[in-house]
Design a protein around this ligand. Structure first.
Ligand code: AMP
Ligand code: GLY
Length: 429
């Protein structure tokens, strides 16, 4: 069969690579793809970016099913359009994707259905937002309502920072329509984890747990990024906590969407804040929902899948996810992102890349911001590569990943040297 993956990042490279391992798959097209998906056997880039063009292609090539990577096409309704054309596609409808595309929608949804999250209010008037902030005190969090490519959240340590964020979003309109409303919510303390499930509208299948590192620099310092590295499993999610997350967050979310008349299909990613204490007593709260897989969490997660992933998607598309199972490699997978000079503010493009280790069963270099120029690989975006390995322990995974990272060279590359630190035995209580 032929499949189509929509997107251009490391997440899509990893997904397409894993799908292509299935003996049933002939070709996975990646639209538009990147320098890595362009030269992996069985993957083929497709230079089409409009929904109509993608639908025409899927029809013409008899694509068995399509999987959508990023949030933007989902929020724009690509799933609705494919379904209207009678094509199989895995993702949420435009309406369901509001769980990510509108923070206000997500917060009211959680409030309405009793899903634990930080207390909040939504504002369009800067003066009212500031008065609320003064009343709550700092630290406090200001979020643009709409999609803002990772630039929409300000975790303000002081009242001044919080009111400046309100001015930036509501006053100056710098984030455009995405910042026309802001959500102000309480600051939560704890450890973050990514909990990602597949949904078919009725049933849920949890993927392996993961954690990412959002800040640019070691020790979780510096500006927020899309994610500088990730690993799976996340040791903080014990089996007991896993059960609580399913019971207190994931299932009520699925049931709430169904009750609202918007059955949820697709990947659902709950960004969680997990408070301190014993598992039964820890506070568990949703920081955000994403209606897609995480990037870079997908890269280590895909490394650990041993099952035929096409079968899992077929169950998801037929409403029989309750019959699907994923066999996980028990080893630890860890991915280190290599970012371009200037990332995240203004990444430089066009730097030649050399020294890529050959792909093996235990070390894959997933591409994101890369392109082939005259047969040579060059940087072409903020996050360039994700060196992802599989090893017997988190420590061994770190060693193997950083060995491969040290060989991978381009001018101005930036990477964190401490990916996985929270999972090291010494960092755990
Ligand atoms: P979000 O896009 O909503 O997940 O926010 C991006 C990042 O900001 C999260 O991964 C957290 O590190 C941080 N953050 C968001 N909301 C809060 C909160 N209520 N308390 C503390 N940190 C937060
Ligand atoms: N790594 C975080 C995200 O994909 O949103």
């Amino acid at each position: 069969m032929k499949l189509l993956v929509i997107g251009a990042g490391g997440r899509e490279h990893a997904l397409a690579w894993r799908l292509a391992q299935s003996p049933r798959v002939q070709t996975v097209y990646v639209a538009p793809g990147n320098g890595g998906t362009g030269h992996t056997p069985q993957l083929q880039n497709l230079d089409v970016d409009d929904t109509e063009g993608l639908i025409d292609f899927a029809r013409r090539e008899k694509i068995a099913f399509t999987v959508v990577g990023p949030e933007a096409p989902l929020a724009a309704g690509i799933v609705d359009a494919f379904r209207a054309a009678g094509l199989r596609i895995f993702g949420p409808t435009r309406e369901a994707a509001q769980l990510e595309s509108s923070k206000d929608y997500a917060k009211s949804f959680m409030q309405r259905h009793g899903i634990p999250t930080a207390a909040h209010q939504t504002f369009t008037d800067p003066a009212a937002a500031k008065a609320y902030i003064l009343g709550r005190g700092a630290p406090i969090v200001v979020k643009a309502d709409g999609l803002a490519a990772g630039k929409g959240v300000v975790v303000a340590a002081t009242l001044d920072e919080a009111t400046a964020a309100v001015d930036h979003m509501l006053g100056d309109g710098r984030l455009g329509a995405a910042g026309a409303r802001v959500v102000v919510e309480d600051f939560l303390e704890g450890e973050e984890a990514s909990f990602i499930v597949m949904c078919d509208g009725h049933h849920v299948l949890a993927l392996a747990t993961s954690q990412d590192h959002k800040r640019l620099n070691d020790g979780d310092q510096g500006p927020n990024t899309g994610g500088m590295g990730a690993y799976s499993p996340a040791p903080i999610i014990t089996p007991a906590l896993h059960n609580r997350i399913m019971r207190e967050i994931i299932l009520p979310t699925m049931q709430g969407m169904a009750r609202d008349g918007i059955p949820y299909t697709g990947f659902l990613y709950a960004g969680l804040m997990i408070g301190p204490g014993a598992d039964a007593a820890r506070s568990l709260k949703v920081l955000e929902f994403n209606c897609r897989l995480g990037d870079p969490e997908t890269q280590p997660i895909m490394m650990r899948i041993k099952s035929d992933l096409t079968t899992v998607f077929e169950h998801a598309l037929s409403g029989t996810l309750d019959q699907a199972e994923i066999d996980w490699d028990r080893r630890t997978a860890l991915g280190v992102v290599l970012a371009a000079a200037g990332y995240p503010e203004s990444p430089r493009k066009g730097d030649p890349i050399s020294g890529l280790a050959p792909d093996t069963d235990t070390c894959m270099i997933f591409h994101a911001g890369t392109a082939l120029r005259d047969q040579a690989l060059v940087t072409n975006g903020g996050r360039v590569l994700c060196v992802t390995v599989l090893a017997d322990s988190i420590r061994r995974a770190q060693q193997a990943a950083y060995d491969a990272v040290s060989q991978t060279v381009f001018e101005g590359r930036q990477f964190r040297r401490d990916i996985g630190w929270r999972a090291l035995p010494a960092a755990r209580p």
